[in-house]
Design a protein around this ligand. Sequence first.
Ligand SMILES: *[C@@H]1O[C@H](CO)[C@@H](O)[C@H](O)[C@H]1NC(C)=O
Ligand SMILES: *[C@@H]1O[C@H](CO)[C@@H](O)[C@H](O)[C@H]1NC(C)=O
Ligand SMILES: *[C@@H]1O[C@H](CO)[C@@H](O)[C@H](O)[C@H]1NC(C)=O
Length: 441
Amino acid sequence: MSSCWKKSNVIAGISIAIFMSVISLSYFQKRKFVSMLWHEMNISSDSIRNTNICRGIPAHNTITPLKDKRTFIIAPYFDNRKNKMTRVISIVHHKDVKELYCWFCHPSNGEIYISKAQIDVHSDRFDFPYGATDLECLEPEDWEPHYMSIHWSPIGDIDQLPLFEIRNRDPAGSLVDFTVCISTMFGEYNNVLQFVQSMEMYKILGVDRVVIYKTSCSPLMEKVLDFYIAEGIVEVIPWPIDSYLQVSSSWHHSMDPKDIGYYGQITALNDCVYRNMYRSKYLLLNDVDEIILPRKYADWKTMMQNLQGQYPEAGVFLFENHIFPKTVFTPTDMFNISSWSAVPGVNILNHVFREPDRKDVFNPRKMIIDPRKVVQTSVHCILYMYGDSINVPMDVALLYHCRKPLQANLTRESLIKDTMLWRYNVSLIGNVNIVLQQIAL
Ligand SMILES: *[C@@H]1O[C@H](CO)[C@@H](O)[C@H](O)[C@H]1NC(C)=O
Ligand SMILES: *[C@@H]1O[C@H](CO)[C@@H](O)[C@H](O)[C@H]1NC(C)=O
Ligand SMILES: *[C@@H]1O[C@H](CO)[C@@H](O)[C@H](O)[C@H]1NC(C)=O
């Protein structure tokens, strides 16, 4: 409540507070303000005819820049876990954006209720000027807005503002068990074989849906995505972040000083949490070259039933990252399937040697979360949550991560042979073959 002020009815003259601030406006701005009030008064007669009487420019894209070019709105989500508010997932310039207002539209008479947004730039900004941000907007107490706008001022012309639908207002439909959030596919991604293998491994382990935030990929990869979309497993969220900001391919500003880190990955992850909050029991927040691989159990469902049974209060389960270098091959050619040789990308079945832990180097973790217990997420941990966070031990599961080595100088002899993945070889090879045939690669 502290920094938010509000008033439920524009026609009633907004609050003294707004009028006080209006006093300092120019004549022109005053005219505009008054005409806005006037407009709100006249609209009620039209309200019966219109299906959505909320005015503004409907936002259709995943990323909507505001006029200030310093604020980018992803989507508003209703969040009443603590108080009745809308949380707007966005990206803002951490210094330049000092004030924003939430304009809520009344669903039946189009009245506007304005509250000041609390601008909460996530602490994991890694020195980049732009960062994942929650705009926290207190809602009117006695009605339910379904649409809203965001503006740098409590005064303005609503017809010129983008209009957003507030998601998660009436969560309906059934929960699936497991959704994987792949934050940002970029750089004309073309690692087709590894992608298909990851997808088929996720399916074997129990995935229901894979949500992919896509900046760019190759035409061949596009074909593969279309196949999985038609199958009903993949949902692609367009993520054209590079149209608006200079994106860094690194996680820290000092390594590649651009506007925002790693293709806006953290913002995409947070959007994925809220977008799927009432659609999926669990979310797996990992990259496409990563697989949370159970060692003690055959699949995710059995594993999570056991873990959740052991830790009923936990909402976050962390899995240790282990690197299986794509440069180190197994000596057997058992998994060099001839029909795969024409498909670009890494064959993970050939990479079963993992790098040993390093003294004094912390293994980062990836997560399985109950999204309803999470408020803000980073890449390797949760920033705010309700409930506990559990480190899952290595004998239960690990994060299989096949990529370029971190310890490039180690010989194969000094790596650890770990063939957990091979347990699935028969079904994985069979399923990948079927998919490649159907896509006609
Ligand atoms: C299997 O294929 C890979 C990639 O084509 C190659 O580098 C590797 O040497 C092959 N393995 C064997 C044992 O022939
Ligand atoms: C790998 O070995 C080379 C030559 O022995 C050395 O110059 C380099 O610093 C080593 N790299 C790492 C990451 O240890
Ligand atoms: C491949 O999977 C089968 C059955 O699932 C198993 O019997 C076999 O040992 C696996 N192959 C290897 C090399 O692990």
